[in-house]
Design a protein around this ligand. Sequence first.
Ligand SMILES: [Zn+2]
Length: 501
Amino acid sequence: MRDSQLRKKQNESLSKCVITLLNSGGGMSKIEIENEDYSYEKDGIGLDLEHSLADMVPIVHKYFDFMKQGKYFLIFVKSWSSKIPGMKIATLNSNLYKRDITSVNVMNATVRCREEREESSTKALASDFFNRTQLRYREKLTFTESTYVEIKDFSTQKLLQRIKEILPQNVSAFANTRGGYLFIGLSEEKQEVIGFKAEKSDLDKLEREIEKCISKLPVYHFCVEKKKINYLCKFLEVYDEESLCGYVCMLKIEPFCCAVFAKKPDSWHVKDNQVMQLSVEEWVQLMMDPEPVPSEKVTYIPEILYKGLFSQHEGLAQLIRKEMGSVRQGTLIFSKSWSLDLDLQENQSVICDALLISQDRPPVLYTFLRDLNDELKGYSIKTALTLKKKLVKVGGYTGKVCVMTKIYWSEESSTLTEGSARLLHDSSLSAIYPKSYTLITSQTINDLKKALFIVLKRLGTLSDKFDSEIFQHLLTAGSFLMSQLFASGTRSIQLQHQSFQ
Ligand SMILES: [Zn+2]
């Protein structure tokens, strides 16, 4: 027993060390070999270690190299680089849970339909049960475990400890899914009411401990409301004939607006020369920050407008592709005139404007001109300034932001052709901003898109040919990030399970 505990502890500290190296540019981990007969060629790296390492990375040999040196075993760790969206950093366990019974297998539509009906009837039955005033010992349950229901039967001795163990994961899972009920004191196996023995005063203590435990769960908000985890806790008396023989503890957990973690993600990095566990905020920000990807990761909208422009100006498509080459991910919103969209004057020399909102630079307003005159630089800058002001004053954007401008013009003809485009102005070459203005996180993107949505809605200047496409895009940004976060969360948990098989 002690040996296995020691091994578990060693394994934990090694995992922590390796995760830290993965997240901090790579490095080497040195392990002292206890077994004198050990040979790397003959024995390999050992099953325990192999499993631990396989939990951390998709392909062990892509990240790790091994070497035996005297009485030491060396693990060389390569810096983490994942192309999988939402897997920007190495994490042992995200501690973000979801209840998901139906998604494990792909099912056909009729099966899923029936399942969903059954699920919602369980929910209704569980809700009736929750609203009862007392229970009978060994009475049969009308519902089973489902997406909405979790049933536990704990012995009295370690009741509080067991509840504290299961609460974080269960509350996280219910709150992150569709809410649900956690019943303690029912037998899932026998499908009946059992109850646990307790004094009245124990129940008060239990309720306080539950409250303390839930209030400590780390949460991350994408929204402005930032609501708290909402739940109800209730104890029901269980009667055997006429006498009170125990209690059932019931928790009703409401769905949460954003993300609830069971505890801080198991992920570490080196900060100020110290190994630090990432906070939920740091972890989410790092997770959301996507890897460099080719330019098709930039979404162009509105489709009809940019396709029309590209067919009229053959040089434009090429120029844009070149400009977007280094952008990892973002949105390029085309307009005949962003100036007009912001309720300013349009300019006949402008072919089009395009606003880039991306992860790795402040917003850039591109302007493409068919000819050149002096006032045009002013046109672009004025549009950018107006946009910035409106994002704050109308859109309610509260962060620090700057809008860069970049102007191209066609030297030879009034249409942009390959080779005719010349750079007239690029504000990023001369503008100096503090880092707090140019550092764009996924939260910034979200906030900017939300603010832009409000600005454009209020002004009502968008053509109705394009507005729905633009609005839809700006609105879905938040839910996209959520789904990405959860995709990464479930992955880590699946990995965790594999190690026990
Ligand atoms: Zn929220």
